[in-house]
Design a protein around this ligand. Sequence first.
Ligand SMILES: [Zn+2]
Length: 289
Amino acid sequence: MRTTLLFQCLISALLVLLGVNAHAQQGDDWGAVELRVEHVAGSIHMLIGRGGNIGLSIGDDGVVMIDDQFAPLSARIAETIRGVTNEEIRFLINTHVHGDHVGGNENFANMGVLIFANDKVRMRMVGNVAHAALPVVTFSDTTTLHLNDEQVHAFHVPPAHTDGDSFIHFRGSDVLHLGDVFRTNNFPYIDISSGGTLQGTLDALAMAIGMAGPDTAVIPGHGNVSKREDIVEFRDMILVVMGRVAELVDDGASFADVLSAGTTAEYEAKWGDPERFLSGLYQELGGQL
Ligand SMILES: [Zn+2]
């Protein structure tokens, strides 16, 4: 049981790193993926397609992209951006290492886009992706791009979803892109195999809650543009479920016991299937799969 789960974890981590997801495995028609751009606030837009939400600062100085979804979509993503602005895409910041956020790196690098990411994102990608897909500029703590009358402030947060997570604060437009640490249509995913942690998830969300004002627009890794109160609701849900799972672990519950205990019952209508979240929580709270 333990070996099988571990093996499944390793395989899924490998597939994520390679940018393969369930959709791709099903041989989906990438051309059928609908791409659209939503204005968020100020210079900031969000491009929705398949994979992580793309943040865009668009202005006279060019385009800064946050994340780039999957490689088969790159040409159409670039075309969709050209539908909004004639300025060139100059910079790309990866929020973290997962393939649904960095899958287009090689293609955008080949278009001349300079890629930024936290040091650990690059470290995890080296040897697993084409050389051209690697971030060219890395930072351990923070970096800031100054263009479009905007400070695009990217900063490393505690190991939350992975150990290389960055948040991006567009200070001029008052928009936060939180990568996959925050999502509105799924429970949190603590990717332990990529260095994610429960405590870091709570700490990173607390940072976002502390930075956001009542009018700050929040771009989640997946889902809809949100407000500070939505991050608070997400964090509070984690605390409630964490308390319940901790009690079960203290009582010696197996993971199967946790899965059938209804610890997420009132939240599933909003956030869906809790299994992956509970698996991370269970392990982080001392349970052995
Ligand atoms: Zn992710």
